[in-house]
Design a protein around this ligand. Structure first.
Ligand code: ADP
Ligand code: MG
Length: 498
């Protein structure tokens, strides 16, 4: 494991940045953490309110077992320590969208302890980001300030919804690392089905803690930027915070530990409150909730339901298909993508299975990662909405592998498949795109080109070897890109020798 520190440049030299995340992930569950009310997104305001979460007197919390199982499943997914003993605490504060007057959380004894997730950079470099804990807590409601000039409305649909708060160690040193980690975690919860990872709907959001220090010196004082609901905002907030802190320190100032808010319109952070101490919240064990005791059988039952995890799937793609680690990482970012790839490989006649030539697997991976993903991104579609099925993509790749068309022609065929829903074979047939490998036809064309450019032939023979590309280009052009490039190269070489 290498650890290259990302360097920020200030006016007076280099700075390092240290980042830790606190991620809030909404537990996928029908009901709230301690009440039966529904968690359905997009309901009418206050349609899904639990009597407990509305703060009605006399209501007692009843824990939702499903949420516990989901938290344990997530913990197992990142190799976290599952704590058989955990406990719920009240975090006391006033806010209009918190009628209870406290949030129920696990301050002292979280349900999951230390674990880690590996991240991988595009250049293949890997590192591990340690996770400190995962605890369960309730979400608050929402105050709506922009619907009436003088009034604030309160919507309690989210109040009491179960969240998993996942806290990392301060192991990240650039916005890129933080984004990679967050993406990795989101992919994991989606694989597991424990959180839908939908940031636009608020199912997943992150607080970023940022500090800066000069190389070799102790870590600086951190600031926390709250509630970032997109990876782009996370990245912007980190860049802004790092630059702001560096500027303050270089001007002889001091960083005060505080909580800040990110303004997406300005791309800036601004102070929200100075960092509160735990004692301000008067954390105390919730007297209505006995400690949560799990047994090994419960945990083992959940372990049995785990799907093949992203890192195991990735390792298998590397071992069985011979893919480079980064390709395997990209293709296993979701179960749907991995399934698509595997279905394509299955349908690819040139692929003879584990232990055979890995070229077909690699070519298919290239096509999925570059051409397919490009069109999906362009049209903002998920892989399950792809207009070219795995089997159809495999047919196209097979045409390349069998030498029927060149890779270059295939790049023209693919968008037509996408737009018109036709098969690769059909398009190649209709448009007469079959590759010409017939040496005779290619030789005739090469001779013609050489006759037309007798001067260049002479120059080449006199030593101007870079003209070789010129001849290849001319022949390809004359044959509308359909000539087999290998044969063209060979023929030109032979003929130019004279
Ligand atoms: P607290 O108990 O005050 O909330 P924690 O130790 O739980 O503090 O840390 C909260 C978050 O801040 C964690 O994600 C942690 O990784 C991160 N963190 C801690 N120290 C630093 C630092 N010097 N710079 C950046 N992040 C930090
Ligand atoms: Mg903390």
């Amino acid at each position: 494991m290498t650890q290259k520190r990302f360097m920020y440049q200030g006016n007076t030299g280099h700075w390092e940045v240290v980042i830790g995340l606190e991620v809030h992930a909404q537990v996928t569950s029908q009901a709230k953490l301690f009440a039966r009310a529904s968690t359905k997104f997009g309901s009418e305001p206050n349609a899904n309110v639990g009597l407990l979460d509305a703060g009605l007197p006399g209501m007692l919390p009843v824990i939702n077992q499903e949420c516990i199982a989901q938290a344990v499943k997530t913990g197992l997914g990142f190799g976290g320590q599952i704590n058989l003993y955990s406990q719920f605490d009240r975090k006391n504060y006033f806010y209009p969208d918190l009628p209870l007057g406290y949030q129920i959380t696990q301050h002292y004894h979280p349900i999951v302890g230390e674990g880690a997730l590996p991240i991988e950079f595009e250049d293949g470099r890997q590192k591990e980001v340690r996770i400190e804990r995962l605890h369960l807590e309730t979400d608050a409601g929402k105050s709506i300030h922009d619907q009436h000039p003088e009034k604030t409305y309160v919507d309690l649909n989210r109040a009491g919804v179960a969240l998993m708060e996942i806290v990392t160690k301060p192991d990240m040193h650039s916005a890129e690392e933080a984004a990679l980690f967050f993406t990795k975690l989101r992919n994991l919860v989606r694989y597991l089905g424990t959180c839908d990872g939908n940031m636009e709907q608020g199912s997943m959001r992150a607080d970023v803690n940022v500090s800066v220090n000069r190389p070799g010196e102790d870590w600086g004082t951190r600031c926390e930027v709250k509630n970032l609901n997109s990876i782009r905002f996370m990245t912007q907030a980190i860049h802004f915070e790092a630059a702001r802190q560096i500027e303050v320190l270089e001007n002889g100032g001091e960083i005060i530990q505080e909580t800040r808010l990110f303004d997406p319109n300005k791309g800036e952070t601004r102070p929200m409150r100075s960092k509160e101490d735990a004692q301000d919240y008067r954390y105390l064990p919730d007297p209505d909730l006995p400690p949560l005791r799990l047994d090994d059988v419960f945990v083992e039952e959940i372990r049995k339901t785990l799907p093949e995890l992203p890192h195991d799937k990735k390792a298998r793609f590397v071992a069985d298909f011979g893919l480079p680690s980064y390709d395997a990482e990209v293709l296993t970012q979701s179960r749907d993508i991995a399934d698509y790839y595997e279905a394509g490989l299955e349908a690819l006649p040139s692929w003879k299975g584990k232990g055979s030539d890995t070229k077909p697997a690699k070519i298919l991976a290239n096509w999925a990662i570059s051409e397919l993903f490009a069109l999906l991104n362009k049209e903002d579609l998920t892989i399950s909405e792809s207009k070219v099925s795995a089997k159809s993509l495999a047919e196209l790749v097979e045409l390349i592998l069998s030498g029927t068309i060149s890779g270059k022609i295939a790049k023209d065929v693919f968008p037509i498949m996408w737009a018109e829903g036709k098969s690769a074979d059909q398009i190649v047939e209709e448009k007469g795109l079959k590759q010409v490998s017939d040496t005779g036809a290619i030789e005739a064309e090469v001779e013609k080109i050489m006759a037309q450019h007798a001067d260049k032939v002479q120059e080449y023979r006199a030593g101007k070897e870079k003209l070789f590309g010129f001849f290849v280009g001319q022949v390809m052009k004359a044959m509308a890109g359909k000539a087999n490039p290998g044969v063209v190269n060979q023929v030109i070489q032979d003929k130019l020798k004279g």
